[in-house]
Write a protein that binds this ligand. Structure first.
Ligand code: PLP
Length: 418
C-alpha cells in the first residue's frame, strides 16, 4: 500500500542527536491550510470567510485522516499551500484560453527552473506518458492521431532492469514497449531504429548504469533521456540538478512535497520535446493525453506552488521538522522501555526526517503493526508508518495542531499495552 514499500525497500540513516536543535516555542511545522482564512475564501471573493463552514466531510460521511506518514496517492497526496488555494480561488472567476495559459505558465516555470521548456501535466505519471508520446511522435500530426496504434514495429523505450516499476505502465500505454538492460554493455547493444527514449527511475534501489553513463550512452545514440524524480524533493536543489546533468526530460509530482494540486505535475526539459508533449495533450481534442486534462485553476495553482516552494526557507523548515520529531519524542518518553530516534530517509524519494519508535514488546505488549491498526481505526484516524518492526512517525505532513494529538494518542495506545 505504501509507495515506499512498492517502489523500494527503505533504509534509514540514524541522525546524529547533536544535529537536532532545541525545540523553540513548541512544535511548529509549516502552517498548512485547513485552519487558515484563505481556505474559507468564498467564491464571491469578498475576502471574508463565510460565517458557517459547510462540512463536506460530515455531509458525505468521509473520514478525516491525519497523515503521520509520507505523501501517498491513496491518502490524497499532500495538503495544498495557502498560496495554491489562493491561486485557485482568485483565478476561478474568469475564462482563459488553455493553449495560452499552458504556454505562459510553462514559460514561467521553465525560467524558474533554468530549463528550455516546461508544462503542467496531470501528475508525474501523465508526464511519463506525455514525454514518451512526445519522443514517439515529435510534431508529426499523423502519428499523434494514431498512437497507441502506430503501424509497424512498436517503438522501444530502454530501461534498466532494476528500474522497472509500477509507473512504467505510463510508457507502454503509448504503445511503446520496454527493453530491459542490465549494465552499460547491454545498454549499448539495445539501440535500434525503433528506440525512441531511455527512461531513468531516479529513486530505484539500484542503478546498474549510473546517471552520467546512462546519459553518455543515450546521447551517443541520439536518444532522448527521461528522468522520473516524482517524489525527489526535498532537497530543493533536485529541481535543478537533472536538467543540468543533461536529461532531456524530467518530471516531478505537483502533489507531493511541492504541495501543489494532487492532480498536477511538472514536465520540463528540451523545448522541442515539451512542444511535442503539448501536442499530445489536452486541450487538443484527439490525442492520447486528452483524457489527462489539467484545469485552469490547477495550472495557476501549480505555478503558485512551485514559486512558493522555491522561495521557502528550506533550512528553517527542516529544523522545524526536527523540532517536531523531538517534541513528539518528549511526549512519548515516559512510556516504559521506549526509545526514539530521529531518522532521515537517505532518499532520493521522501528524503526528510521521521521519528522511529522502539519498545520492549515483552513489557509493552503490542506490535508496531497493531499500533498502526489502532491508530487508523481511532478517532481521529491517524496513518503512521513502520519499518523493520519499528513504528515510524512522519512529521512533515502534520499540521501544527495535530502534533500533540498524534503524540498523545500513540502514548495512550502504548501505555494501555503495559
Ligand atoms: C508518485 C510517483 C509517480 C506518480 O506521480 P503522480 O504525480 O501521482 O502522477 C511516478 N513516479 C514516482 C517515482 C513516484 O513516486
Amino acid at each position: 500500500m505504501h509507495r515506499r514499500d512498492i517502489l523500494k525497500t527503505l533504509s534509514l540513516l540514524p541522525l546524529a542527536a547533536t544535529s537536532i536543535p532545541a525545540l523553540a516555542g513548541g512544535s511548529t511545522v509549516t502552517p498548512v491550510p485547513g485552519e487558515s482564512p484563505i481556505n474559507g475564501l468564498s467564491p464571491d471573493t469578498s475576502g471574508a470567510p463565510p460565517a458557517a463552514h459547510r462540512d463536506l466531510f460530515a455531509e458525505l460521511g468521509v473520514t478525516r485522516v491525519i497523515n503521520a506518514n509520507v505523501t501517498m496517492t491513496f491518502l490524497s497526496g499532500s495538503l495544498m499551500l495557502p498560496e495554491v488555494l489562493e491561486a485557485i480561488n482568485s483565478t476561478s472567476h474568469d475564462f482563459a484560453n488553455m493553449f495560452e495559459l499552458q504556454d505562459k505558465v510553462g514559460a514561467k516555470i521553465a525560467e524558474m527552473l533554468k530549463v528550455e521548456g516546461a508544462m503542467v501535466t496531470s501528475g508525474a505519471a501523465c508526464a511519463i506518458l506525455l514525454g514518451t508520446a512526445a519522443c514517439i511522435t515529435g510534431a508529426d500530426k499523423d502519428k499523434i492521431k494514431q498512437i497507441p496504434n502506430l503501424p509497424g514495429p512498436r517503438p522501444e523505450v530502454i530501461m534498466q532492469k532494476s528500474h522497472r516499476y509500477l509507473f512504467d505502465q505510463a510508457v507502454t500505454t503509448t504503445g511503446a514497449k520496454i527493453v530491459e538492460v542490465e549494465g552499460p554493455d547491454e545498454m549499448e547493444k539495445a539501440f535500434n531504429d525503433q528506440t525512441v527514449m531511455a527512461l531513468f527511475f531516479n529513486a530505484a534501489e539500484k542503478h546498474s548504469i549510473p546517471h552520467e553513463q546512462f546519459l553518455a550512452i543515450a546521447k551517443k545514440h541520439r536518444t532522448p533521456t527521461f528522468l522520473d524524480a516524482a517524489a525527489d524533493v526535498p532537497p530543493v536543489e533536485n529541481l535543478f540538478k537533472y536538467q543540468k546533468m543533461g536529461f532531456d526530460l524530467v518530471t516531478f509530482s505537483g502533489g507531493k512535497m511541492i504541495r501543489g494540486p494532487q492532480s498536477a505535475g511538472l514536465l520540463f526539459g528540451r523545448k522541442d520535446l515539451i512542444e511535442a508533449a503539448k501536442l499530445n495533450h489536452s486541450p487538443h481534442e484527439a490525442p492520447i493525453g486528452r483524457p489527462m486534462k489539467v484545469n485552469k485553476e490547477e495550472m495557476f495553482g501549480m505555478y503558485a506552488a512551485l514559486k512558493a516552494y522555491l522561495e521557502r526557507d528550506h533550512e528553517k523548515e527542516w529544523n522545524e521538522w526536527l523540532a517536531t520529531a523531538k517534541h513528539i519524542a518528549g511526549i512519548l518518553a515516559p512510556v516504559p522501555t521506549l526509545k526514539t530516534e530521529t531518522v532521515v530517509d537517505p532518499g532520493p524519494a521522501n528524503a526528510f526526517p521521521s521519528l522511529a519508535v522502539d519498545w520492549d514488546q515483552q513489557k509493552v505488549k503490542i506490535t508496531p503493526k497493531d499500533v498502526l491498526k489502532t491508530l487508523k481505526e481511532g478517532n481521529p484516524s491517524i496513518v503512521a508508518g513502520s519499518h523493520n518492526d519499528r513504528l515510524l512517525i512522519g512529521v512533515v505532513l502534520l499540521r501544527p495542531d495535530q502534533v500533540d494529538i498524534v503524540a498523545q494518542r500513540i502514548k495512550q495506545i502504548l501505555e494501555h499495552a503495559v
